[in-house]
Design a protein around this ligand. Structure first.
Ligand SMILES: Cc1ncc(COP(=O)(O)O)c(C=O)c1O
Length: 390
C-alpha cells in the first residue's frame, strides 16, 4: 500500500527528494486553499490582528508547541528555516575575535550567513570536522568540546544535516556548551515531523525548523524558537507595525500586543499566512499516519535498502543507524560529476533525487517518505547500476 494517491505529485516521476522542499498531501493542500479563500473573502477582517489574524496565528502556535514540546510564547512563525536562523544570527552582538563553531556538514546557505557575519564583524568561524563514520556520541562530543575556548561565543549545528543526512546527537553537547557560556543555535530544517522533537528537553538557546518539509505543510510554514533568556533581545528582521508596540491592553485574546517577540515576528507587513494556518492540519495528518505504524516500516525499508546498495557499491554508510534520520539517507556513491549525474537520472530514468558533492565525495541523498514504495528504490538501484556500470 502506498499513499501516493493522497499527494499531488506527478506519478510519472520517481520522487525520492522529499528532503529539498517537501510535498503536501491533497488533504492539507485543500485546507491551505480554504484559508486563502477566507482571506480573499474578507481581507480586512482576516488580516486584522485584533479580529481574525491574531487569534488564528496564536491557535497555530499553541497546537505546534504541543507537537514539538515548547512554550507557545517562545515560538514565532517565519517563512522558512533560513529566515528564522538569519533573524537569530543577525541579532547577536559580535565582537572582533569572537569564535563560532560549526560542523563541516552545515547547509550551504547558512554557511554563507556565517561568512557574511565573519566579514562584517571580523570574527572567526571554526569548522569542526566530525569523525566519520559517526558511531559514537562521545566521539562526536569530543570533536566539538576540544575546540571550546574562551573566545567561543556560538555553537551552530544542524539537527539533521543536509548533504550527509546525519542525525547529530546534540542534546548533551548543548548542555556542555551552556556550562561554558556558549550560545547554541540549532538548524532544525529537517527535524519537525521527521523525528520526535522536544525543544524543552533539548534545551538549546535557539532553534528554527521547517513545517514544509517533513510535516508536509504547504511551502512557507516554518518556525523560530527562542529560549526565554534571549527572546526579548532579538531584533526583527523586518521593522514594521509589530515592532515596539505599545497598545498591550487592546487585545483580550492573548495574541498580538502581549509579547514583543511575537509581535515582531508575527506582524511584519501584509502577507498570506495560509501555509502557517495549515500547520494544524499537517499535524493531524502525520499523527494519524504514525498510528498506523507506516512511518516505522518505511524507515526499515529505507535502511535495509541503503545498506544493500552500500554493499553493492562497496561504500559504507556514514553512520550507525541510530545517527541516521528515519526517512532520509545519503548514500555514498563513486565520485561523479554530480550535476550531470543528477540530470541523467532525471532525463533518462525520471528519477528526482539530489546528487550531492560533499568534501571530495558524491552522495545520492534518498528521501523515502510515506508515499514512496520499494519499487522506487528498485528503479533507483537499476539506474545507479547502469550509470555507474556495476
Ligand atoms: C540543514 C538545512 N538547513 C536549512 C535549510 C533551508 O531550508 P529553507 O530553504 O526552508 O529555509 C535546509 C534546506 O534543505 C537544510 O537542509
Amino acid at each position: 500500500m502506498t499513499l501516493i494517491n493522497q499527494f499531488l505529485l506527478n506519478k510519472k516521476v520517481t520522487f525520492l527528494n522529499h528532503g529539498s522542499f517537501g510535498a503536501c498531501p491533497i488533504k492539507i493542500f485543500n485546507e491551505y486553499q480554504l484559508w486563502q479563500k477566507k482571506l480573499e473573502n474578507q481581507p480586512v477582517k482576516f488580516l486584522d490582528q485584533y479580529r481574525d489574524f491574531g487569534p488564528n496565528m496564536t491557535n497555530v502556535r499553541k497546537i505546534l508547541s504541543k507537537k514539538i514540546n515548547c512554550n507557545s510564547n517562545n515560538l514565532a512563525p517565519v517563512v522558512n528555516a533560513t529566515t528564522g536562523l538569519n533573524a537569530i544570527i543577525k541579532s547577536i552582538q559580535f565582537n572582533k575575535g569572537d569564535e563560532v563553531l560549526i560542523s563541516n556538514h552545515e547547509y550551504g546557505a547558512l554557511e554563507k550567513t556565517w561568512q557574511f557575519i565573519k566579514t562584517k564583524y571580523k570574527i572567526k568561524i571554526n569548522v569542526v570536522k566530525v569523525t566519520l563514520p559517526l558511531n559514537s556520541e562521545d566521539q562526536f562530543i569530543h570533536d566539538f568540546t576540544k575546540k571550546f575556548n574562551n573566545k567561543t561565543k556560538i555553537l551552530f549545528l544542524s539537527h539533521i544535516t543536509s548533504p550527509t543526512a546525519l542525525l547529530f546527537p546534540i542534546k548533551k553537547l548543548i548542555r556542555l556548551a551552556r556550562q561554558k557560556k556558549i550560545i547554541t543555535i540549532i538548524d532544525g530544517a529537517h527535524a519537525p515531523g521527521h523525528i520526535d522533537l522536544n525543544l524543552n528537553t533539548l534545551n538549546a538557546d535557539f532553534y528554527s525548523g521547517n513545517c514544509h518539509k517533513w510535516m508536509m505543510s504547504p511551502k512557507g510554514a516554518a518556525f523560530m524558537w527562542s529560549s526565554s533568556k534571549y527572546k526579548n533581545h532579538l531584533d526583527p528582521l523586518i521593522v514594521s507595525h509589530g515592532w515596539n508596540k505599545k497598545n498591550k491592553s487592546i487585545n483580550q485574546k492573548g495574541a498580538l500586543g502581549n509579547s514583543r517577540f511575537i509581535d515582531m515576528f508575527e506582524y511584519n507587513g501584509t502577507k498570506d499566512p495560509a501555509a502557517w494556518l495549515s500547520v494544524p492540519a499537517s499535524i493531524r495528518y502525520i499523527n494519524d499516519l504514525k498510528n498506523k505504524k507506516l512511518f516505522k516500516s518505511q524507515s526499515n525499508v529505507l535502511y535495509d535498502y541503503a545498506l544493500k546498495l552500500s554493499k553493492i557499491f562497496k561504500m559504507p554508510l556514514l553512520a550507525d543507524r541510530k545517527f541516521l534520520p528515519p526517512l532520509m539517507i545519503s548514500l555514498p556513491i563513486p565520485k561523479v560529476n554530480e550535476l550531470e549525474f543528477q540530470r541523467k537520472l532525471y532525463k533518462n530514468y525520471n528519477i528526482e533525487i539530489p546528487i550531492i558533492p560533499w568534501e571530495d565525495k558524491s552522495f545520492a541523498r534518498i528521501s523515502y517518505q510515506l508515499y514512496n514504495s520499494k519499487r522506487d528504490l528498485e528503479k533507483l538501484e537499476n539506474a545507479l547500476k547502469k550509470l555507474l556500470r556495476f
